[in-house]
Write a protein that binds this ligand. Sequence first.
Ligand code: GLU
Length: 448
Amino acid sequence: MAKGKKEAIESKNGTAATPGDGAGQQVAEPPEVARASAYEVAQRQLDEVAGFMGLEDDVLGYLRACQRELIVHFPVRMDDDRVEIFTGFRVHHNTAKGPTKGGIRYHPDVTLDECRALAMWMTWKCALMGLPYGGAKGGVIVDPKRLSIRELERMTRRYATEISLFVGPERDIPAPDVGTNAQVMAWMMDTYSMHRGYSIPAVITGKPVSIGGTAGRESATGLGVAYVTRAVLKQRLGRGLEDVTVAVQGFGNVGSWTARSMHDRGACVAAVSDVYGGVYNSHGLDMRQLLRHVAETGSVVNFPGADSLTNAELLELPVGVLVPAALEGQITRENAHRVRAKIVAEGANGPTTPEADAILADNGVFVIPDILCNGGGVVVSYFEWVQSLQSYFWDEGAVRRQMENTLIASLEAVNGAMTQCKCRMRMAAYMIAIERIIAAINVRGFYP
Ligand code: GLU
């Protein structure tokens, strides 16, 4: 019943893991990237949009801050009887549009600042997707690969207990992120339910189908990246997925499902990478064999018939589409001018710094921003929440169709704003999200 240690790990970006909601293997970060600066990056992005929109200082000040931040330190009995103290976080950025929504990350480098940034990005993403949510994010400072399956369960249950004052089906609904997966969500849902004495499936999304999860959640983020990229390719370059080569950084949930989904729709997936390194074959990698290789060896490295390359080299390949599906801060001012892709499709949250954004734009590289590109995950999380609340379940075809409709409608709204404002796609996406949040703030007013 309980899955193995590897299976208990999901990552959007990539800690070694079988597909969960994050991408799989974590990738090495460029040396100049300070992870603690993700919040500064998120705030700078907001400041830029606020300047462009002429936002009032009051509103900007309100949106720059996170509404609630919880830090927890908690003991866990390890298998050798030692007690280890873990530190975790849960941040609610903004609740103007409804309960907060966002993943839980297990990673050794998780910080409060990173959770703040990721929570803020969730607020924008949910608003852009038209979901009745604000943004949240949580995490525990831990390398989940280091724990046994029982240690992972005990740690998860204690963390779920510690943050339970922040969480609830009408309050804050966690989901998988880097380093967590459906099994971790099942433990969280069970723990929350045990405290209340009855099952409350709507408190968590990304949980297994057997306890009220939705069909199509595991593949949703990567499949959504493929849908959005396909539409942008057609609109911007008059091409189809079958006309392009693709490189994917990160091979966890998001990276692996993006690679599979694009491959299944005719793309030539020429390179993929994980925390251990990357593989490249200009004629394309055989996805089925690659997935088998990863299942057997735990990494894409040494895949037969492919050359090896580093994560840094992958970002600079001459491909049509580059998908950073690992951690934030991967495309920076140091390497942006060497990116040769025509389109960067952000599978990860925050993979491109503001300086890199400007360099890419100058070089004619079109960036599909994270809050649009990887929105399929939270869209299907919303469908799961609705199904859990109603105890009425949809088939996978309906989930996929509705997800594609939501993503394409959001893309069209962003296209309209881009044309109107003659701005970059990230700016247009942020403007729509922020306008929707401000509309909610205005009618609600500031209490008291
Ligand atoms: N962790 C995912 C994201 O960053 C999904 C969040 C959710 O489904 O609530 O979008």
